[in-house]
Design a protein. Sequence first.
Length: 379
Amino acid sequence: MRLACLQENLKRGLAIVGHAVASRSTLPVLSNILLATESGRLKLAGNNLEIGITALVGAKVDEDGAITVPAKLLSDLIGNLPNDTVDLEVDARTQTLTVVCRGTKASIKGIEADEFPTMPSFVGSEPLAMLPPELLREVIGQVVVAAAAEHTNPILQGVLIRLSGTQATFAAIDGYRLAVRSFELPEPARQTLELVIPARAMLELGRTVGDAEAPVAMSVTASGGQVIFHTDTVDFVSRVIDGKFPDYERFVPPTSRDTTRSIINTADLLRAVKRIALFSQAAGNIVTLTMENSDSGRPGRLVLNANAAEVGEAVEQVDALVEGEGGKLALNVRYLQEAINVIDTDQVVLESQTPNSPGVFKPIGGPEYLHLVMPMRIP
């Protein structure tokens, strides 16, 4: 292999695929990045057996070839080169990559490309759906927060993607909270589909393709074991979690006459929650929310209280339009903060029924989204 490319383009490509490189692995090749020529461009790839990312970089290719080299060493070297043309050449006999740029010349020992895990290609696939990249990144950010970081049931560590007609729904649940976001696809999905992707993979997907300009094409391999997200220059591959996702809809309480709806300014509520968290962290992360109706000319309000015996007590009052009888609700302050943090409309509504019912947060005048937080018992 012999080619030349610009340092800034190579640096950007290495940063993209670097997110899929295994930090620790019993297989040395998984700590490497694959460099290969493809259709007159340089293909870079990383694969940790859960996700794989390939990126195409513009290059002047004089000779085809491929090699894998240590990801960190190559990325650090390219990152410290001047913004100029970088010449890359592979000695197939010694499996050595030579990097030349201005006065710098370095040789890196590699591993044969044949040992790198094979990744499915999007070429020849028909996309199941086309996803707007900015919207995809926004949806992932709103949903993935509710997935379990660790759990005996792997399905709870994933994000459900459901496609039906022009409707797409993303959902995550960890047993303590639930996040669901639905949106319209620009064109109908080719088939009705449900699959669950690891939450960590979804986070990387948002970082990888969120800045793309054209829609992201989504397809599934013939075996159904992997899903591919494709742009003009990047392919993102993730394994699919085997299992049935919980019937999350049964956890959402239906609106009834007993429902109290509190409409609050989102920014004011978030600031109040951040302050109250300083005290609730020493009180089992419990914050008590009291919804109070207006009376005697006083507007309705939401009162947040945290009482830690060893630290002290804090009370926050936020103006609110309270519809219903009001009531109390105790929530985990971290879950509460994360729920409010991903709602970007000016106002948010909190729907609650009894102290033993969950709190349901929804944006006012925004997308079709809900974030449910299960209540805590006050000791």
